[in-house]
Design a protein. Structure first.
Length: 384
């Protein structure tokens, strides 16, 4: 689409009556602003080019320029060329601008002309690095007319605006009960930053652990490309399926809608083994009096008495008594990182270790702090 130009050479074509009231600085420079498309779609990236050139070589000029912030648009600078040669100052800025609403939009600017002379410039640089003197200038605020845009509405249901691709990485589709399964989704391309609240729809039966998306901004000569990475994990105690994903996107350059799709994903989950916790005998034998316990008690008392008396007879050191470790203690101690410890605790007894499991999950998937040594010690205490 043909560029729209906003051009103005200050003081070049004013009537004498107006010239009386125009400050002299209005004749010192010219400016030229233009956009690549004055009628973009909402969220469509367009280029804004700014050129300011000194036309009066009799003075020394500097410029302060900025695009005013607004809720109606977003602007990102991608290029800047400044020539501060005395008497021939000029600047060129290139921006990417995104309209954030439909309808009429005015893009406003701040421009200040700073007038000085060679002597003041030389004086400001006369000191050393630690004694830099402030440059004295006469500053004039310049009124710049706004740049007008008309933003068109997007097709209904559009989630992304631009030319994007999507990829997914799921390394495993089989896991133990409650074992976290890592998922990475990457959306990349040119357009409005592809940041979404969530990729997969909410499912109350599936536990999601989501991290904030990582946004990579890649400026090019004429635009900005984005790469947004979504990292998450899911877990369940039985096999489940993640529904297919279809994100609705719109390419304003071709004015076509398209879908970014992730196919349905099924996960096989091996259930927890509860057989060790159940009584293998469903119908125990009838109740009867059994005095065998009394005989066993007498045997223990005799053994204890013999050991007690031997302490006075044998004048040697007590032998070192070794305690038998719990079968899971060795597994806990052998864990080198938080992820392996999490799997061991889940496999051991999820209910007993649920507070420790929650701490590990917060650390792994919600950026919490993990003291691996302290968690191991707490787990060993629960085994004793």
């Amino acid at each position: 689409m043909k560029d729209t130009y906003v051009k103005h050479t200050l003081g070049s074509s004013l009537l004498f009556l107006f010239a009386i009231f125009m400050p002299l600085y209005a004749e010192n420079f010219s400016y030229d602003f233009h956009v690549s498309n004055p009628t973009p779609y909402k969220n469509e990236p367009i280029r804004l080019s700014v050129d300011i050139n000194q036309t009066n070589p009799e003075v020394v000029l500097f410029f302060n320029f900025a695009v005013k912030a607004s809720k109606a648009y977003r602007v990102d600078q991608i290029d800047s060329v400044q020539d501060t040669t005395l008497h021939h100052s000029n600047i060129h800025y290139l921006y990417v601008l995104f309209p954030l609403k439909e309808g009429e939009i005015n893009v406003n600017f701040d421009l200040t002309e700073r007038v000085t002379d060679e002597h003041k410039v030389a004086y400001s640089f006369s000191g050393d690095r630690d004694d830099f003197k402030k440059l004295e200038t006469t500053d004039h605020k310049v009124t710049v007319p706004p740049l007008h845009l008309h933003a068109k509405a997007l097709p209904k249901g559009t989630q992304l605006v631009g030319n994007f691709k999507i990829s997914s990485e799921i390394r495993q589709h089989q896991a133990e009960a409650y074992e976290p399964i890592n998922i990475k989704i990457v959306i990349s391309g040119e357009g409005y930053p592809p940041v979404l609240d969530h990729i997969f729809p909410h499912d109350g039966n599936i536990t999601f652990f989501r991290q904030p998306p990582v946004i990579k901004r890649i400026p090019t000569k004429k635009s900005i490309k984005y790469q947004v990475t979504y990292t998450m994990a899911v877990s369940h105690n039985k096999s489940f399926t993640l529904a297919a994903v279809a994100l609705h996107a719109f390419d304003p350059l071709t004015e076509t809608s398209y879908l970014l799709e992730i196919p349905e994903q099924h996960f096989d989950i091996r259930p927890e083994d509860h057989s060790a916790l159940l009584d293998r005998i469903d119908d125990p034998s009838p109740f009867h009096l059994d005095f065998s316990w009394f005989v066993s008690l007498l045997e223990y008392l005799l053994v204890f008495a013999a050991g007690y008396l031997s302490a006075y007879i044998v004048k040697t050191k007590k032998p070192h008594k070794e305690t038998e470790q719990h079968p899971f203690a060795e597994k806990i101690l052998s864990c080198k990182d938080a992820r392996s410890l999490l799997q061991v605790l889940m496999a051991a007894d999820r209910q007993t270790f649920s507070p420790l499991i929650e701490v590990l999950e917060n650390g792994l998937y919600r950026e919490g702090k993990i003291d691996l040594k302290k968690i191991k010690q707490s787990a060993l205490e629960k085994l004793s």
